[in-house]
Design a protein around this ligand. Structure first.
Ligand code: GDP
Ligand code: FE
Ligand code: FE
Ligand code: FE
Length: 187
């Protein structure tokens, strides 16, 4: 699928601010893919669709999790974590993208996972560092992102966990799995 066609599919599914974020994630993902020898075309498409399900009604997302082979433990965590896994399903069924690597990077873009592929890492990190983001500690993550893909992802995962813990929020196990696996990858 060409970029303009993909963007036209996603645009009506998102609010303007989320669409603008999506375009910045796309640009950042392509740059990271070029830097680290990842398939740029897959990075482009995965980035364009990564937040496809962001504005689906919570009850619709809940039904997708209940009625398809998605992890049921998601239902015990915040619904903000559902748009990645549900998005991967919807992008396959509604848009007709069947590339497993692309679908998995959409699935895991919020939490990461224990064995992240290079494409997973590109999308996860681009979503975190795109130029419109403002998180505490972000400038250090941005610097690291262009030096070492694993280290950049590790810092993003660590910041997310620290932020959630500071707010007394529960943390999904896959988020810890990503952090732990990236810690080992650093050594
Ligand atoms: P966005 O869709 O572009 O806004 O970004 P993400 O999909 O990466 O993240 C959505 C939200 O999920 C962010 O506010 C994260 O802080 C939050 N988040 C990420 N991991 C976890 C987790 O393990 N548990 C909880 N409760 N929230 C998380
Ligand atoms: Fe997201
Ligand atoms: Fe993210
Ligand atoms: Fe996003």
């Amino acid at each position: 699928m060409e970029r303009d066609e993909a963007l036209a599919v996603v645009k009506p599914k998102l609010k303007q601010e989320r669409y603008d974020h999506t375009v910045r994630v796309m640009e950042t993902s392509i740059q990271l893919a070029q830097t680290y020898g990842v398939d740029e075309k897959k990075a482009e498409i995965a980035a364009i669709f990564h937040d496809y399900a962001k504005y689906r009604p919570i009850e619709e997302m809940r039904r997708w999790i209940q009625t398809t082979y998605l992890p049921k433990d998601l239902l015990h965590y915040h619904h903000e974590l559902w748009h990645g896994p549900v998005g991967a399903k919807l992008v396959e069924r509604e848009v007709g993208i069947h590339d497993r690597e692309i679908l998995e990077s959409i699935h895991y873009h919020t939490t990461g996972r224990s064995h992240m592929t290079p494409l997973d890492k590109v999308i996860f990190l681009a979503d975190y560092i795109e130029p419109g983001r403002k998180f505490p500690g972000l400038s250090d993550v941005r610097d690291a992102a262009w030096m070492d893909l694993n280290h950049g992802c590790w810092m993003a995962a660590k910041n997310t966990i620290q932020f959630l813990m500071s707010k007394n929020q529960p943390i999904y196990p896959e988020t810890f799995n990503a952090y732990n696996a990236l810690t080992k990858a650093n050594k």
